[in-house]
Design a protein around this ligand. Structure first.
Ligand SMILES: NC(=O)c1ccc[n+]([C@@H]2O[C@H](COP(=O)([O-])OP(=O)(O)OC[C@H]3O[C@@H](n4cnc5c(N)ncnc54)[C@H](O)[C@@H]3O)[C@@H](O)[C@H]2O)c1
Ligand SMILES: [Zn+2]
Length: 370
């Protein structure tokens, strides 16, 4: 097991390891001691019905296993399940969670457990941030993206009809338990989605990580190997380091948006039929190509990123017209005033922020130095 401490306003540990769910109660007690809060598990229907891999005979589904273990240890528990998928990440489901928390008399001294992917983490985290003006919550991330990205850093929130993630709160968990064995049931497309973020970390912050990912791409068993678990831990460390310096996303944290300006635009243009990771992969290549032409990024960088993404089954091209994507990009909430801040690479492993006049974005993307 690897433990990474996050020193934000409220510090917390992230534990990463194979089979950690079986050690949840020990890890919980390291934070809560002998306190016995009520524990409300929030999950989605897909995670709730994952096949059994836990318990004495190895046949118990993960959520049921955790509930049993907690009850046997004398904790009072309850569970709320909502339909899986981004479409559930909305205020109506948050409202249903509030009703559930009220019915189970969850008080400020009790704890929510977000058991699932990024959708569960964001939604349950937001419910925790707002229920009774804020109660503790624990993350048990079950997708690669949730392990390396959404469970680190304390951003919680939901989508509204006007856009994704427009309503939310910064709310740090009290504990993150990342059991890498949960990745075994993930469909390949969802693993690929998370890989886009993993490649992103290498590209913006860690050239040796990027090289390692390229070197092992396509290797059978790599994603289940202990080496890959160290990759997950490295990504968590990299995000932790950024978040510690910029908890509220006012500066440095923007580098985590590498590939996201056009990634989000592609997602939006596809009406979200193109998954986030695919959009980010295309977006990383697009911005790197433009930056190469502008002399901001060494020639060959975009091709290296493209080769790495493709090796992990991610697309790197889109047929959407640049004009349309620029329009979406400029509607993005990350735009500040008359400039849009792009994340560029000085080289692989070193990101930089590059503000461009909004009126010049299209020209910049076409390769003109602006
Ligand atoms: N808070 C942040 O900092 C942050 C960062 C990045 C992304 N996000 C958010 O994360 C969300 C995406 O997260 P995601 O990609 O984890 O999606 P997700 O939570 O929708 O999970 C993807 C699918 O996988 C299923 N699933 C989860 N764990 C599984 C497992 N172990 N085995 C099999 N199936 C499993 C889920 O039920 C779902 O159907 C988006 O809403 C995005 O906005 C948040
Ligand atoms: Zn992302």
């Amino acid at each position: 097991m690897k433990t990474i401490d996050v020193h934000t306003g409220r510090p917390y540990p992230i534990h990463i390891g194979e089979g950690l769910l079986s050690h949840f109660i020990e890890l919980f007690r390291q934070v809560y001691g002998q306190r016995r809060p009520k524990l409300a598990i929030i999950t989605d229907d897909c995670v709730d019905s994952l096949p059994g891999a836990f318990g004495p005979d190895g046949g118990q589904p993960p959520v049921a296993f955790l509930l049993d273990a907690l009850r046997q240890a004398g904790y009072e528990t309850c569970k709320f399940t909502f339909p899986n998928g981004e479409a559930s990440k909305n205020l109506q489901v948050v409202s249903d969670v509030y009703a559930f928390l009220s019915a189970h008399e969850i008080t400020r001294s009790d704890v929510l457990i977000a058991f699932g992917g990024g959708v569960v983490g964001d939604l349950a985290g937001f419910a925790a941030a707002t229920w009774l003006r804020g109660i503790d919550f624990i993350q048990i991330p079950t997708t690669l993206l949730a392990m390396v990205d959404s469970s680190v850093g304390g951003k919680t929130g939901v989508d509204i009809p006007q856009g994704k993630n427009l309503v939310g709160a910064f709310w740090q968990p009290s504990l993150v338990v990342c059991d890498t064995s949960m990745l075994r049931t993930l469909p390949a497309s969802i693993v690929a989605d998370g890989m886009a973020e993993v490649i992103k970390y290498g590209a913006i912050l860690d050239a040796p990580l990027f090289d390692l990912l390229c070197a092992h791409a396509g290797e059978p068993g790599f994603l289940e190997s202990p080496l890959f678990h160290t990759v997950i831990a490295r990504c968590v460390e990299l995000k932790r380091d950024v978040v510690e310096q910029d908890e509220r996303d006012k500066g440095l944290r923007q580098i985590l948006n590498f590939g996201h300006t056009f990634g989000h635009a592609i997602e939006k243009q596809s009406q979200y039929s193109i998954p986030h990771g695919e959009g980010v992969a295309i977006g990383m290549v697009m911005i790197s190509r433009a930056c190469e032409k502008a002399g901001l990024t060494p020639v060959g960088t975009a091709e290296k990123i493209a080769a790495c993404c493709e090796a992990y089954s991610l697309p790197v091209e889109t047929d959407y017209p640049l004009e349309l994507l620029c329009r979406h990009a400029l509607g993005d909430k990350k735009r500040a005033g008359s400039k849009i801040t792009l994340v560029t690479l000085e080289q692989i492993g070193k990101a930089a922020l590059y503000p461009v006049e909004t009126g010049r974005l299209h020209a910049f993307m076409e390769g003109q130095h602006v």
